[in-house]
Design a protein around this ligand. Structure first.
Ligand SMILES: C[S@@+](CC[C@H](N)C(=O)[O-])C[C@H]1O[C@@H](n2cnc3c(N)ncnc32)[C@H](O)[C@@H]1O
Length: 617
C-alpha cells in the first residue's frame, strides 16, 4: 500500500525527473508514490574536494551540478522542459577523509578496514531544481538544496568477514564501499539519524522541503490549495465536493502569505539596518580602543567602573563617554550592571592591548589607514584606483616602501597590525599541515616574526628563517617574544631582487594578495629557483569562494587594495602550477586565514609523494 503523502501529491501532473541512476534512490521515491522519469546525469563527479570547507558542501554542490545538467539538457535533447529535477550525492567521511565508490577490491578493503570499529558520517546532498518557463521562452532555474548527516558505527570487523563481503561484489558501486540495506547491514553496530539517508536519499527531509516549497509555513496544508515558492496563492480543487468554502480559504491563504511576507521583509529590514549602521559600530570599536576604554576597565581594582571614572581616566567629557559606553554595551563590547561598566568576555579576549590574542594593533590600523581610504571609496570605484594620495596627500607606487614604511610611527603601527593578525591566526596556520619531514622553513615577508615563532613552536624539528625588507628587520626586535625560540633567525632582503635563503618549505602568509599576477610570477619563479626537489610552498590567505560571492571580509578588503587582488584557492593553485608546484592539501582553518600546501614533487621518491599522495612517476 502506498501512503499518499499530501506533499508528494502536490507533484501530481508535474514532470518530475530524478537525475540519478541509483536503483536505491529510485526505489525510495517510487515507494512513496512519486511519479517521475529517470534521466541519469552526465555531470562528471570531478569537483576538487579540497576546495570545499566541509564534506557536505561538496555533496550539495555535486548534487546541484548533476541536477542542473539534466535540467538544462532536457529541453534540447528530450524536447521537453521538466518542472522539477532532483539530484543527490552521497559521501561517507571518516578521519577527515571523503570515501567514494571503491575502484577495485583492494580499494574496498582499504575503505572498509578504515571504517572498522569506528563511527563515521554519511552525508547526502540533495538539490531540487524548479524550472520556470518565462515569457521569452528562456528557462529560470530555482535551486533549493540541503543535506542530511547520519552517523553510523561499524563493529570491529575481521579480515575474513571483510573479504567475504568484498567478494560478494556488493561494495563496488557504493560510497564508502558498503550498502546498509543489504549484506552491508551486518557490519553496522548502530545508526544515529535517518536510515534512508545512508541508503542514498534523505526522504524525510526531502518531504519537509517540498512542504516548504509548495505549502510555506502558515499556509493551509489542505491539498486543494497551493502556494508557489514565490508565495503567490493558487486555489485548486474546484470540483472537490468536500472542499470547504473556497473564497474564505483563499482569503485565509492570502493572509498567511502576507504574514509570511511581513516576517520576511522584517528580516530584510533588520539586515538593511545592520548594513546602514555598520560603519558607526566599527567607529565605536575603533574609538573605544584608541581611548583605551578596555584597558582602563581591566586595570580598575574590581574590573568595573562608573562612566564618570572612565571619563576621568580617558580624559574625555562625561556626556560623550557615557554615550560611548552605552553604545559599547549595545554592541556586546561591554556589560553594565546598575551604573558599573565592565569588559565582556569578547573584549577581554581580543581588546586588551597586552592580551596574547589582542587585535588592538589591527584595529588601530583600520582606524588610521583603512578608514580614511574608505571615505574615498566612491572615487576609488569611479577611477579604479587606490585613494592613498587623496587620503594622505602622498602618492604610493609601492605600498610598503612609499606608504607603510615612509614614517617611523606609521611603520610601527603597520607592524603592530600584522603582528596582531599573525598572533590570532598563526597557530591554526602553523598546525594546518604535517610538516614533520621538513627541517628548514623560510617565512617570506614575515614582518615581526610572529608567524615564524608559531611555526617553530608547532614543529619542534623546524628552523625558520624570517625574511623581510631591511626597514622591517631593524624593528623586529621590538616584537621578540620573551620565550623566543633560537630556531628563528632573521634575514633582511627584497624578495623581488635578492637571492632567497634556501629552505625546505617557503611560507607566504598574506603576501601574494598584495601583488599583481605579474609580480607574483616574479616572486614564484625566485622561489622555484631556490627550491630543491621535494620542497613545499605554504600559501596562507583569505581564499575567495570559487564563485567569488564571499567571504565578504575578503571582498571588502579588496576595495582598498593597490596593485594586488583577492583570489580563490584555485586561482592561487593555477599561479603556482605554472612554476611546477602542485596543490597538495587545502585547509580551511575557520580562523582569519586559510592555507594551501603546494609541493614540488617532480622528483618524488619511488614510494610516491607523501605530501600530495601522488603515485611514483
Ligand atoms: C601583509 S604583510 C604580511 C606579514 C606576515 N607574513 C603576516 O602574515 O603577518 C606583507 C609583508 O611583506 C613584506 N614585504 C613587502 N615587500 C617585500 C619585499 N619586496 N621583500 C621582502 N618583504 C616584503 C612587508 O614588509 C610585510 O611584512
Amino acid at each position: 500500500m502506498v501512503l499518499m503523502n499530501p506533499v508528494i501529491s502536490k507533484l501530481t501532473g508535474k514532470l518530475v525527473v530524478l537525475a540519478s541512476a541509483s536503483p536505491r534512490r529510485l526505489e525510495i521515491l517510487t515507494n512513496v508514490g512519486l511519479r517521475f522519469e529517470v534521466v541519469p546525469s552526465w555531470f562528471k563527479e570531478t569537483l576538487d574536494k579540497r576546495l570545499f570547507k566541509t564534506p557536505h558542501e561538496y555533496a550539495v554542490e555535486t548534487a546541484k551540478q548533476k541536477a542542473l545538467e539534466v535540467a538544462k539538457r532536457m529541453p534540447f535533447k528530450h524536447l521537453k522542459t521538466p518542472d522539477i529535477v532532483i539530484g543527490a550525492d552521497t559521501v561517507v567521511t571518516v578521519d577527515g577523509l571523503i570515501l567514494e565508490k571503491p575502484v577495485d577490491k583492494q580499494d574496498a578493503y582499504r575503505m572498509l578496514s578504515r571504517l572498522s570499529g569506528k563511527e563515521h558520517s554519511v552525508f547526502t546532498g540533495v538539490a531540487i531544481i524548479l524550472c520556470h518557463e518565462k515569457e521569452d521562452e528562456e528557462i529560470d532555474y530555482q535551486v533549493i538544496d540541503f543535506y542530511e548527516e547520519t552517523k553510523v558505527k561499524f563493529a570491529d570487523l575481521s579480515d575474513d568477514l571483510l573479504w567475504e563481503y568484498i567478494n560478494s561484489g556488493e561494495p563496488m558501486d557504493k560510497a564508502g564501499g558498503y550498502g546498509i540495506q543489504a549484506l552491508g547491514g551486518m557490519l553496522v553496530e548502530y545508526v544515529h539519524g535517518d536510515f534512508l539517508n545512508v541508503v542514498g536519499f534523505p526522504l524525510n527531509q526531502f518531504c519537509k522541503k517540498l512542504g516548504l516549497i509548495f505549502s510555506p509555513p502558515g499556509s493551509l496544508t489542505h491539498n486543494s490549495t497551493q502556494t508557489s515558492p514565490q508565495g503567490s496563492a493558487e486555489p485548486q480543487g474546484i470540483n472537490d465536493p468536500a472542499a470547504p468554502d473556497l473564497t474564505s480559504r483563499a482569503t485565509m491563504q492570502m493572509q498567511n502569505v502576507r504574514e509570511h511576507e511581513t516576517e520576511d521583509s522584517k528580516e530584510k529590514l533588520c539586515k538593511m539596518i545592520e548594513l546602514m549602521d555598520g560603519f558607526k559600530a566599527s567607529k565605536v570599536l575603533f574609538t573605544a580602543s584608541k581611548l583605551r576604554v578596555f584597558d582602563v576597565l581591566r586595570s580598575s581594582k574590581t574590573g568595573e567602573l562608573q562612566a564618570e571614572d572612565v571619563a576621568q581616566e580617558i580624559k574625555a567629557s562625561m556626556k560623550g563617554t557615557e554615550r560611548l559606553l552605552e553604545a559599547c554595551v549595545s554592541l556586546g563590547l561591554l556589560q553594565r550592571t546598575g551604573k558599573q561598566y565592565a569588559n565582556t568576555a569578547m573584549s577581554r579576549h581580543f581588546l586588551l592591548s597586552d592580551g596574547p590574542l589582542s587585535l588592538q594593533g589591527y584595529i588601530q590600523h583600520c582606524n588610521e589607514l583603512v578608514w580614511p581610504l574608505f571615505t574615498h571609496l566612491e572615487t576609488a570605484v569611479r577611477e579604479g584606483t587606490n585613494q592613498h594620495e587623496k587620503a594622505f596627500g602622498k602618492t604610493s607606487n609601492n605600498l610598503f616602501q612609499d606608504a607603510y614604511y615612509s614614517r617611523h610611527e606609521v611603520k610601527l603601527r603597520f607592524m603592530k597590525a600584522m603582528h596582531s593578525i599573525a598572533r590570532v591566526s598563526g597557530r591554526d596556520v602553523a598546525t594546518a599541515f604535517d610538516l614533520s619531514k621538513y627541517k628548514t622553513a623560510c617565512d617570506l615577508g614575515g614582518c615581526t616574526g610572529a608567524m615564524a615563532y608559531e611555526f617553530a613552536k608547532a614543529h619542534p624539528g623546524l628552523s625558520v628563517t624570517m625574511f623581510d625588507l631591511p626597514k622591517v628587520i631593524e624593528m623586529s626586535g621590538h616584537f621578540r617574544p620573551h620565550d623566543a625560540d633560537d630556531r628563528v633567525s632573521f634575514v633582511a632582503g627584497d624578495f623581488f631582487k635578492d637571492e632567497l635563503p634556501k629552505a625546505d618549505v617557503y611560507i607566504l602568509a598574506r603576501i601574494l594578495h598584495d601583488w599583481s599576477d605579474e609580480k607574483v610570477h616574479i616572486l614564484l619563479s625566485k622561489i622555484a629557483k631556490a627550491c630543491s626537489p621535494g620542497c613545499a610552498v605554504l600559501v596562507s590567505e583569505i581564499f575567495l569562494d570559487e564563485d567569488r560571492k564571499g567571504p565578504s571580509r575578503g571582498l571588502l578588503q579588496a576595495l582598498s587594495m593597490t596593485e594586488g587582488r583577492q583570489r580563490s584557492a584555485s586561482e592561487y593553485s593555477l599561479l603556482l602550477k605554472s612554476h611546477g608546484f602542485t596543490a597538495a592539501q587545502v585547509k580551511h582553518t575557520h580562523n582569519l586565514l586559510d592555507a594551501i600546501l603546494f609541493c614540488d614533487c617532480g622528483a618524488a621518491t619511488s614510494f610516491g609523494c607523501e605530501t600530495c599522495y601522488r603515485s611514483p612517476q
